[in-house]
Design a protein around this ligand. Sequence first.
Ligand SMILES: C[S@@+](CC[C@H](N)C(=O)[O-])C[C@H]1O[C@@H](n2cnc3c(N)ncnc32)[C@H](O)[C@@H]1O
Length: 296
Amino acid sequence: MRSDGTAVKQLFTSLVSSLGRETATRELKWMKSAALIASHSPTLPAMLQRRLSGEPLQYILGTTPFGPLDLLTRPPTLIPRPETEHWTLQLADLLTPTPARPLTVLDLCTGTGCIPLLLCHLWPPGSTRAYGVDISQDAIRLATDNAARCNIPLSHASSLAPYSQNVFIPVLGDLRNPDVFKRVLPPFDVITANPPYIPKREYDELPISVKNYEDPAALLGDPPGSEEQDGLTFYRLIAQLLAQKGMLREGSIVALEVGQGQADAVEAILQQSAGLRKTQVWKDPWNVKRVVLARA
Ligand SMILES: C[S@@+](CC[C@H](N)C(=O)[O-])C[C@H]1O[C@@H](n2cnc3c(N)ncnc32)[C@H](O)[C@@H]1O
């Protein structure tokens, strides 16, 4: 039988062929430290083997950084992406809630809870109550576990009691079903969403490491039965929601992540269907128009 050392060398050589030396070396370092830190973690050869079969590194390690947070990652919930981290940090800098002037955040399609949990972490204690809505049980469970990991207490949807810490409220529900909004308390000062936005034809071209591991419902912009196939179905739904009386206050902020090439269309949807005229677009670090921002 081969020793672990020989197996690791051979597996690493294969990883270099598939990812290039620089990335393979970096990933090996992370896997080694995960194997050292967590006693329950898989062995190094097992991790390398999984990586070679295409599994995303973040699922193998079980965590990913998101700003100063270190969030749990579990398949099939979408792994938070660097572009989402970038604009969430930018949004956190834009607003300055205080316990005297607290904000209520509604994050639609919350996944790991990365967006509301980062805002809760960065804003002053007692200034933020954040809802995270998702259709997936796995996602809501993971967001709840992540809140505990980040020391952000859970609250109840109906509780308006004053709070000394920032609180997170996970809500299992389907954006397409208006009943979900009976379980949250508008108006909202900030509405964020990174909804599924990939058109089917682009989804078909995604690498195996995405398609075989991450939930298609987290990626496909037009769920089965949608009228359009442009990846924008969720933005139309969100705009209808924003148009409802009492959802926003004057000055509320809406921040929606978009796919490459979608910003202009989403800006038009927000203006025409939600009546939000004050819009702007933020670019990501790769110079792609990534977020449509609107002020009520
Ligand atoms: C692109 S992921 C974003 C996750 C997380 N916000 C992030 O940025 O990493 C989209 C999320 O939308 C959720 N989702 C899909 N369809 C939904 C629906 N009809 N109602 C509510 N959430 C939905 C998926 O379960 C998934 O977690």
